[in-house]
Design a protein around this ligand. Structure first.
Ligand code: NDP
Ligand code: 8X3
Length: 252
């Protein structure tokens, strides 16, 4: 039977690359995100190139009632989810804590922590019922280290790191695999979002070195998702060769 993957934040960057990779691997995919136009484009691409089934869901992970309603109302043929990729997330701003913008903090906390929790709370009982499933959380080097201006974003990713460990413990008796991937700098829309649309500032982040690309993380997702039943990758830290730690980049 064809496996089903549910991907949050599939409209861009890492989530989009993972959706394509998983479809190539033979998964039917549920794509979710807020931008309907991007979901539709990706749906058409996957259906035409990889001939997998696609369900697209316009969904803001911050809205708990929408998350519950959408997941409860999944068509029966989409309910047997094998893989949940908790990827939707963002950083907003680089202010020091004392100058922090409260709305930026709320967006990061509500998306990266609470959104991931809402989705996992709604979906995991369906996996538990089947005693089968795999949850992969996208954390970050920012979930292992803290850097200047990273305060709240790093805290949210540290929380996802802790939640992954908690999920692993809680899901153990139900035979559900739980993994996390912690990437270093990946060139996606991430910095455009962080700098609120300032493309010039965003481009500076990746200038002078070769960052990771979304496809590198998709390769890791495929690897983690295709291990034999008795193997669980708990955590994978992936850095660009030119980046040793959170802000230690060898720029030319
Ligand atoms: P992008 O900005 O390219 O993609 C982010 C995705 O998250 C988009 O699809 C966006 O969709 C979605 N998203 C954001 N907010 C919401 C929301 N409220 N509800 C639903 N979907 C949402 O960034 P990346 O691909 O780089 O980021 C993906 C994940 O990887 C994030 O969790 C990020 O923290 C993490 N990460 C990124 C790194 C990097 O350097 N790029 C490094 C380490 C980790 P839409 O706007 O359509 O809702
Ligand atoms: C994104 C990578 O280094 O900008 O999580 O925090 S970093």
């Amino acid at each position: 039977m064809t496996k089903i993957a549910f991907i949050t934040g599939a409209t861009a960057g890492i989530g989009k690359a993972c959706a394509i990779k998983l479809a190539k691997t033979g998964y039917d995919v549920i794509l979710s995100g807020r931008r309907e136009d991007q979901l539709n484009l990706l749906k058409t691409e996957i259906q035409s190139k990889y001939h997998q089934k696609v369900l697209s869901l316009v969904l803001d992970v911050r809205n708990q009632s929408d998350v519950n309603e959408t997941i409860n109302k999944l068509p029966i043929e989409w309910k047997q989810i094998d893989l949940l990729l908790n990827n939707a997330g963002l950083a907003v701003g680089v202010s020091s804590l004392q100058d922090g913008v409260i709305d930026d903090w709320e967006r990061m906390i509500d998306t990266n922590i609470k959104g991931l929790l809402y989705i996992t709370r709604a979906l995991s009982p369906m996996m538990i019922k089947r005693k089968h499933g795999h949850i992969i959380n996208i954390t970050s080097i920012a979930g292992k280290e803290v850097y200047p201006g990273g305060n709240v974003y790093c805290a949210t990713k540290h929380a996802v790191d802790a939640l992954t460990k908690g999920m692993r413990i809680d899901m153990l008796e139900h035979n559900i695999k739980v993994s996390s991937i912690a990437p270093g700098m990946v060139e996606t829309e991430f910095s455009i979002v962080r700098f609120k649309g300032d493309k010039e500032k965003a481009d500076q982040v990746y200038k002078g070195f070769t960052p990771l690309y979304a496809e590198d993380i998709a390769d890791a997702v495929e690897f983690i998702a295709t291990r034999p039943d008795h193997v669980n990758i708990n955590d994978m830290l992936i850095m660009p060769t030119a980046q040793a730690s959170a802000r230690d980049v060898n720029k030319k």
